[in-house]
Design a protein around this ligand. Structure first.
Ligand code: F6P
Length: 371
């Protein structure tokens, strides 16, 4: 009998329970035993887990969040008793004590990196790709994205009617980390007038120009969807320089100084939605407001796509464990579940390509992209 551990890590997203259930039911079907570690990799370090039998997996498909809890802990840099420590040896010990044949890590880009670290340390690891950001390499979509896209689209719809009624500019900040998938998708689907994403640094003058142009043609209101990672031309150049400085640093002192500098540049360019709104108010004379969508985008019941994807990738993950195939992300490709080596996924961010059809479509319908 194979004995398998499962955990959810990183920010929660709709569809996690569907994936736990999908993997779990298929694993039980293969005759495996399943235990669920609590609160991500932290639970693996602290050896906190619960048995997952058919009863525990029942009735969770439609529930948001994760029944296992989650955290953003990294195995090699975990804070224990106020100290940062490499807890990989403890993880290996607990893996062995619990007589595990494999560990399934459900999570986003950060989790893929951690899963790869554990795989390199000798554990049998399977990664299932979840994130509302949709930024995991080699998978067409990650579960969580579709639900978040629906929520953000609904928000853009609602902001339209209030912006229109008050003749205002409304800047809506949409999540997505360093990728523009969510803002671009919701911006197009919700008919945002301007969409700002990290992949295309914006010029506030050109955004103001679009807003003024709309006002001049009888539409004195605009809804602007801005990805949380979007930066203006200056911000994006400053950040690129800080990243280059960091990668060229060789001594530990230079690395620490470069890290500090990068953090300060990042801090200086945070909360861009507010900066954009106030710059537009001055430049256009239109009253401007900000809405930060925030965590509402990650909460609640998964939509049908995310339930399907979580179940598909989860059950395919159990088949891989049954076949003894490890060290992979179970990616979604062309509607199929395909194993991709973790080493190819880890640290490989999937941003929006500049020739992506969504960008062509946005331009096609006259949506400004701030460039
Ligand atoms: O990765 C999902 C995500 O919601 C991002 O869109 C966002 O940048 C981040 O998590 C927020 O992180 P936290 O949950 O740690 O506040």
């Amino acid at each position: 009998t194979r004995r398998v551990g499962i955990l959810t890590a990183g920010g929660d997203s709709p569809g996690l329970n569907a994936a736990i259930r999908g993997f779990g039911k298929a694993a039980l079907g293969h005759g495996m035993e399943l235990i669920g570690f609590r609160d991500g990799l932290k639970g693996l370090v602290e050896d906190r887990w619960q048995e997952l039998d058919g009863q525990a997996l029942a009735g969770i498909l439609t529930i948001g969040g994760t029944i296992l809890g989650t955290s953003r802990d990294k195995p090699h840099k975990m804070v224990v008793d106020g100290e940062v420590r490499d807890m990989t040896p403890t993880i290996i010990e607990n893996y062995e004590r619990n007589q595990l044949d494999a560990i399934v890590c459900i999570g986003g880009g950060g989790t893929a990196k951690n899963a790869n670290r554990l795989s390199k340390a000798g554990l049998n690891v399977i990664h299932l790709p979840k994130t509302i950001d949709n930024d995991i390499a080699h998978t067409d979509t990650s579960f969580g994205f579709s639900t978040a896209l629906g929520i953000a689209t609904d928000a853009v719809d609602r902001l339209h009617s209030t912006a229109h009624s008050h003749h205002r500019v409304i800047v809506v900040e949409i999540m997505g980390h360093k990728a523009g998938w969510l803002a671009l998708g919701a911006g197009i689907a919700g008919g945002a007038d301007i969409i700002l994403i990290p992949e295309i640094p914006y010029s506030i003058e050109s955004v103001a120009e679009s807003v003024r142009g709309r006002a001049a043609s009888g539409r004195p209101f605009s809804v602007i969807a801005i990805a949380e990672g979007a930066r203006d031309l200056q911000g994006s150049a400053d950040l690129a320089a800080a990243v280059a400085l960091k990668s060229s640093a060789t001594s530990p002192e230079a690395k620490a100084a470069a890290d500090k500098h990068k953090a300060s540049v990042e801090a200086a360019h945070r909360d861009n939605a507010f900066r954009v709104a106030s710059a537009l108010e001055s430049a256009t004379g239109l009253e401007s407001r900000v809405t930060i969508l925030g965590y509402v985008q990650r909460g609640g019941t998964p939509d049908a796509n995310d339930r399907l994807l979580g179940t598909l990738l989860g059950s395919a993950g159990a088949d891989l464990v049954a076949a003894g195939e490890y060290g992979v992300t179970v990616a979604s490709q062309g509607g199929d579940a395909v194993p991709v080596p973790l080493a190819e996924v880890a640290g490989n961010l999937k941003t929006v390509p500049l020739d992506h059809p969504w960008l062509t479509a946005a331009r096609g319908v006259g949506t400004g992209l701030g460039d």
